[in-house]
Design a protein around this ligand. Sequence first.
Ligand SMILES: [Zn+2]
Length: 478
Amino acid sequence: MGHFPYNVRSEFSEVSIVKRATRFIVISIFLFIPGISAYAQDIQSLEDEAVAWLQELIRTDTINPPGNESRAVDFYARIFEAEGIEYETAESAPGRGNIWARLKGGDEPGLILLQHTDVVPADEEFWTIPPLSGDIRDGYILGRGARDMKGLGITQLATFLSLHRSGQPLNRDVIFLATADEEAGGYFGVGWLIENRPEIFAGAGFLLNEGGGGSSEDGEIVFSTEVTQKVPVWLRLHAVDIPGHGSSPRPDSSVTRIVRALNTILDNPFPPRAIGPVATYFQSLSVTMDDEWGPAYADISRAIQDPAFVEKLHAARAGHHSLIRDTCSMTRMEGSSKINVIPPEAWAELDCRVLPDKPAEQFIAEMRDLVAPTGVEVEVIMAFTPAISETNTRLFQAIERVTGELYPGSRVLPSVSTGFTDSHFTRDLGIISYGFNPLITESGEHTGVHGNDEQVRESAFRQAIGDYYAVVRNVVYD
Ligand SMILES: [Zn+2]
């Protein structure tokens, strides 16, 4: 396990001070700020503000369910009022608040900085600290949301306020947007706002959201930038048949139909396929891989033609395996409520994730055909529309250029996420949406995202404040 000197902020390390100074100079050149030391001071105090804001936001209980995101709206509203920034708010349901603010700029397509303010629940029993702590221990800021995504949310706030404070004319509108409910699907957040406050998104061409991040391994720094994601298609298999007594089973029942349908799905795994963004992603990953995996990742389209490789990938790297095929996880099922009663109805639920080159309707039709012989019905609980954000854009180039200057030798990796974020909503609107966060995580570092003891290294968080600002400046000033 290696580390990168920029991440080491030991005051006793001369090397890190030199590196840090070099970084300020590089950023300063980027930002065309004449006084390097003045900039260093500004960024230092901005970082101090950001750490305090993040602590306060973590302590603001927005665990979803139930959400209570209006508390986060109050938090941001207080800051905007103090800064003299106009903002608007809207509740999609009682307590489910959303807030947005706009810095007016020129005619270029607007840039939205999107965050969700809700967090997932935390099982206190497995935490070594109170989940809403917000305290700093051993150099880490602790608590639910430190990473997903109150940390990035505050990073966006710091950039937004810096643009406002600098007063320089922008080439485009920049929109700060903090929303409810992402962790439960976003229907009380971005989904609701698109229907009820469409003016927020009008004229926007770019959006930055969660879903990306920096990682450092053996001195190699990579910034994964999410450009598309697998599409969730949540299905319920439903069977109805003649009920009866458990002592005299008929050849078919609602339960046996469900079991046959599930077996059919298990016996017919979706054929592997390498879509363009996945092939590019694997190819980039191959650069630093050993001989066991490198050659296969370099040409994943060819590698997946070998069933033995697909099996090996599935066993060793389930996350990567799910990027080369559609998948269905069997997660819930129900039959009778009594052991000796054959029920009239039975059901099972499937969490399917489809690669974004296939329309959900087509996938659903294929599933219906597959299980038709079992007499089971396929109901759709939820299905999104697939979309991929292209990378030959000014925003993507800015991410590449700025991170390349700040971290010489680093790489930007357009990536495909197996999970989903609110970006699918905005990609549907035609807004180029990237999951990006310059925060660098060391290999093996504990993150606790959706798990226990969620935390972010304070030094990495501070560093991301200036780096995010540098990327956005590159896009909003000509
Ligand atoms: Zn999140």
